[in-house]
Design a protein around this ligand. Structure first.
Ligand SMILES: Nc1nc2c(ncn2[C@@H]2O[C@H](COP(=O)(O)OP(=O)(O)O)[C@@H](O)[C@H]2O)c(=O)[nH]1
Ligand SMILES: [Mg+2]
Length: 310
């Protein structure tokens, strides 16, 4: 790459790799046409992925044991932060992402219009060639759930084809070791007010080994993370709505019984107690929701006032 274009001065591509010997070589060589350096995080592969990546010109960082997609990206970010880079692009090593779209992902970053771009299947011009319907549905459910806790405004929350400005690279922090990192990173970007932009891309599904994870376990892990995050961010919504439903059910059962008080005491005692329990459970859930919501905003105020972190 020459330094005369308007591209950021130094751009690197990073790839998580786990047993991708069939595709890794091609992806590394194609990516090298658009960036200065390709870094592969080989996550304990048992095949020839690492050797092939190196032979094709990538820098390879090895994990001795498999940690997962998130673990690999944490290693990548830590390494990239120590380098003097203007942008980092991440893409999968299984051939699903087209390295020819790297410049399109970098363009808004070069222009100073975004800190974080996502190669998206769901914006005009993007798509998933032969994408199975259940995957599309899974992504929609995950995205809808995560939008309940933060209005991220991102349609393709599950694309791993992403690019980051130097600022985003320095600011973003994440913990997840698995695929749930995809959402954690978006929420962190939202909290840090980084500007995120989706860029159309076509993600292929006709590659030799499109997925290491089964769709169900992948979807379940990410969705669980989205729900836990939602319950932390909006406890009143998560506990209050079911609580209100239970309370209303208990009240309706109680009122129904009260209208039949002419019958014997025995016949109303059992259902009456159930109505009371259901109602009390509903009230407790709502109360817990209110308390947790209060604690959350109190903590936020304390953190903002005393540490100046928003
Ligand atoms: N480092 C690392 N990378 C992984 C692991 N599992 C998958 N990957 C890589 O992450 C990318 C996406 O994984 P993949 O299984 O294709 O996920 P999917 O296409 O979203 O279902 C690919 O480049 C994989 O090689 C892992 O355990 N560790
Ligand atoms: Mg894949």
């Amino acid at each position: 790459m020459d330094g005369t274009t308007s591209r950021p001065r130094r751009v690197i591509a990073g790839m998580p790799v786990f047993n991708e010997e069939e595709t890794i070589g091609t992806v590394v060589m194609l990516a090298l046409q658009h960036v200065d350096e390709v870094i592969c995080i080989d996550d304990g592969s048992s095949d020839a992925s690492a050797r092939i990546a190196e032979a094709c010109g990538a820098t390879v960082i090895r994990h001795r044991v498999n940690r997962g997609y998130g673990g690999a990206l944490k290693t990548l970010f830590r390494h990239a932060r120590g380098m003097d880079v203007d942008a980092l692009v991440i893409l999968d090593s299984d051939g699903q992402h087209n390295p020819a779209d790297i410049p399109a992902l970098l363009a808004p970053i070069e222009a100073g219009e975004a800190d974080f771009t996502i190669g998206s299947r769901f914006v005009n011009g993007g798509g998933g060639s032969d994408m199975p319907a259940y995957r599309r549905l899974g992504i929609k459910v995950i995205t809808a759930t995560s939008n309940l806790s933060n209005d991220l405004g991102v349609r393709d929350t599950q694309s791993g084809f992403r690019a980051f400005s130097a600022k985003a690279l320095q600011l973003l922090r994440f913990d997840a070791e698995g695929m749930e990192l995809s959402l954690e990173m978006l929420e962190d970007a939202h909290e840090k007010h980084l500007s995120v932009r989706e860029v159309p891309t076509v993600i292929r599904y006709d590659v030799p080994k499109g997925s290491n994870y089964t769709a169900v376990s992948h979807g379940f892990t990410v969705l669980s993370w989205a729900l836990i995050s939602l319950s932390q961010k909006k406890p009143l919504l998560v506990l209050g709505i079911p609580g209100m439903g239970l309370f209303a059910t208990g009240a309706a059962m109680g009122m129904n019984l009260a209208q039949n008080v002419t019958t014997t005491l025995d016949s109303v005692l059992g259902p009456g107690l159930t109505a009371v329990w259901v109602g009390v459970l509903g009230l407790s859930l709502m109360a817990a929701g209110v308390v947790l919501q209060g604690v959350r905003s109190l903590l936020r105020h304390l953190i903002v006032d005393h540490f100046g972190i928003d």
